[in-house]
Design a protein around this ligand. Structure first.
Ligand code: FES
Ligand code: MG
Length: 577
């Protein structure tokens, strides 16, 4: 249990008594008609909202926040909604990941500097979920996360399409003249036909599932469609619960325990979740003071099959997942196979097992039986070797078994621009046994570790029918991507990791069963190449980007800032007037 349980609510520091400060804090709040008794000692609940029309996945969160407010009032709290930075996966360049840590700082400092006793975190799009949890974690405050929920299934010409899954095909068809521009624009509309976040098991849905698995969201938080009335109901219930949690001084630290993270890692395997969750959970754990490493990801996920048949690995979408029983049904199945810490506490009040014990599966095509999984190994493989001394990750379920043990020659690209310039050059020395290597796309190198690791294959090989090749980089990949893609190589090239010293023609050995990633170049030769190393760093465009580059940690530590651990528990604030 966290400290400070018997402390008065921190909002009393602002609102209690009749000092000049208390007058000023209360009076300005009354300018929108807040009655006197809202300052009588009831919990002040922040609603931390990533609503933004530039983050379309979260653009409906103002409406859901109103339902949260109902719940807070019903339970006797005083709700105060406030905005924070909202990195948008679909609009932000060069990558929303560059802004995850900035949003986390915004959340933390907004809570820290204001009279907030408990907080409801409203998120949806990929980075908004981890940034809000990271910020609240640094404050160790009572918190519940309410996800915006997934969009309804994409439907185009009566075909079920997932977010992003058919875009390449449509672009190709348009370019080939087999799809009209009118149909192309109609596909854009049908592909994103309601409020909500991406409805495949991409990063947004994965992170919503991680929140639910860790007990930080109410049950069914991950899967209820954004526009389903039950999402509004859940929001209202979350408003009621946060007031209870705040009165009980149950903080996020009581929920996000080591056991909660272990539950989440196994759930990630069972749902076939995104590789991005590896970074985000490690970053959150470090802020919670929970020791969680890449090796935990590898060890805990081993032997856990993927039983949820959702795109990009499978056939269905989040709407189908909800109707089939959602995450509680998956967690109940994990629990029955002794892969769940049943006693972990949740924001619902009881334990995880209380919540999921009776959850049923209503559609065994979508949530499959343990004995007929989508893939046997749903976990994340962590590879190490002289090419990735601090680790690299790969999703075996998305990879091609024939490439699990492979020796091939490197074809090296020094940047994503270099890749685009040369990948379709008919003279590029590449065949299906080659290994594509991309450098300088890591946290410092890009900067922001863009989702470019799943490089497309050379056109001349695609035309030969080649569908997969090994690709290695210090970048990330989209949660909706696929292939034998080795990501998050640490240290990154721009940091002087061995990835920087690979040259085209070098032999690389990959052995997924052995978790091995080896560059077959002698140590002396590697030392020689390292001698004149100058990091390849594109110039930054802003002061923030410089701060990011100067302070971002490597991928094995979750890409948080190296100063994030300076945060301490919420302490009394000095007066402002
Ligand atoms: Fe926002 Fe996918 S772009 S969730
Ligand atoms: Mg993404």
């Amino acid at each position: 249990m966290s400290g400070g349980k018997k402390q008065p609510l921190r909002s009393r520091q602002w609102y209690q008594g009749n000092s000049k400060s208390a007058f000023m804090h209360r009076s300005w709040m009354k300018n929108r008609g807040v009655p006197d008794d809202m300052f009588d000692g009831r919990p002040v609940i922040g609603i931390c909202n990533t609503f933004s029309e530039m983050t379309p996945c979260n653009a409906h969160l103002r409406g859901l926040a109103e339902k949260v407010k109902f719940g807070i009032y019903e339970a006797g709290g005083f709700p105060v909604e406030f905005p924070v930075l909202s990195p948008s996966e679909s609009q932000t360049r060069p990558t929303a990941m560059l802004y995850r840590n900035l949003a986390a700082m915004d959340v933390e400092e907004s809570i820290r500097s204001c009279p907030i006793d408990g907080v409801v975190l409203m998120a949806g799009c990929d980075k908004t979920t981890p940034s809000l949890v990271m910020g609240a974690a640094s404050c160790d405050i009572p918190a519940i996360l309410v996800s915006g929920g997934p969009m309804l299934n994409g439907v185009v010409k009566n075909e079920r399409v997932g977010s992003g899954t058919a875009v390449f095909r449509w672009v190709e068809e348009l370019n080939a003249g087999t799809m009209s521009e009118e149909d192309f624009l109609a596909a854009e509309a049908g592909h994103a036909r309601s409020a909500g976040s991406c409805m495949t098991m991409g990063t947004a849905s994965t992170m919503a599932a991680m929140v639910e698995a860790m007990g930080l969201g109410l049950f069914q938080n991950a899967a209820i469609p954004a526009v389903d009335s039950r999402r509004a109901q859940l929001s209202q219930m979350a408003g009621r619960r946060i007031v209870d949690l705040t009165r009980a001084r149950t903080t996020i630290g009581d929920i996000l325990t080591r056991e909660a993270f272990e539950n989440a890692i196994r759930v990630n395997a069972a749902i076939g979740g995104s590789t991005n969750a590896v970074l985000h959970l490690i970053a959150i754990a470090r802020r919670m003071g929970v020791d969680l490493s890449l090796d935990d990801w590898d060890r805990l996920g081993r032997g856990v099959p993927t039983i949820v048949d959702l795109m990009p690995s499978g056939r269905f979408l989040m709407e189908d997942f909800y109707y089939a029983g959602g995450l509680p049904a998956v967690m109940r199945i994990l629990g029955e196979h002794n892969l769940l810490h049943r006693e972990a506490l949740t924001v619902s009040g009881g334990t995880v097992w209380d919540q999921v014990e009776t959850a049923e599966v209503w559609n065994e095509e979508v949530i499959r039986g343990w004995d007929k999984p989508l893939t046997d190994e749903g976990g994340i493989a962590v590879l190490r070797g002289n090419l990735a001394p601090r680790g690299a990750v790969l999703k075996p379920s998305a990879a091609s078994p024939e490439l699990f043990s492979h020796r091939g020659r490197a074809v090296v690209f020094s940047s994503i621009e270099d890749y685009h310039d040369r990948i379709n050059d008919p003279d590029l020395d590449v065949d299906e046994t080659s290994i594509l290597v991309l450098q300088n796309c890591g946290p410092k190198g890009y900067p922001g570790m863009a989702e470019v690791g799943n490089m497309g294959l050379p056109k001349k090989l695609l035309e030969k029918g080649v569908r997969d090749m090994i690709r290695i980089s210090d970048a990330r990949m989209s949660g909706t991507a696929y292939g034998t893609v080795i990501l998050h190589v640490a240290p990154e090239a721009a940091e002087g990791g061995p990835l920087a010293f690979v040259r085209s023609g070098d032999w690389i050995e990959v052995d997924i069963a052995e978790r091995r990633l080896h560059l077959d170049v002698g140590a002396d030769e590697l030392d020689r190449r390292a001698e004149n190393f100058v990091p390849s760093l594109p110039s930054v465009a802003s002061g923030y980007q410089q701060l990011y580059r100067d302070h971002v940690e490597q991928a094995d530590l979750g890409c948080d800032f190296d100063f994030a651990d300076a945060s301490c528990a919420l302490s009394p604030q000095r007066v402002s007037h």
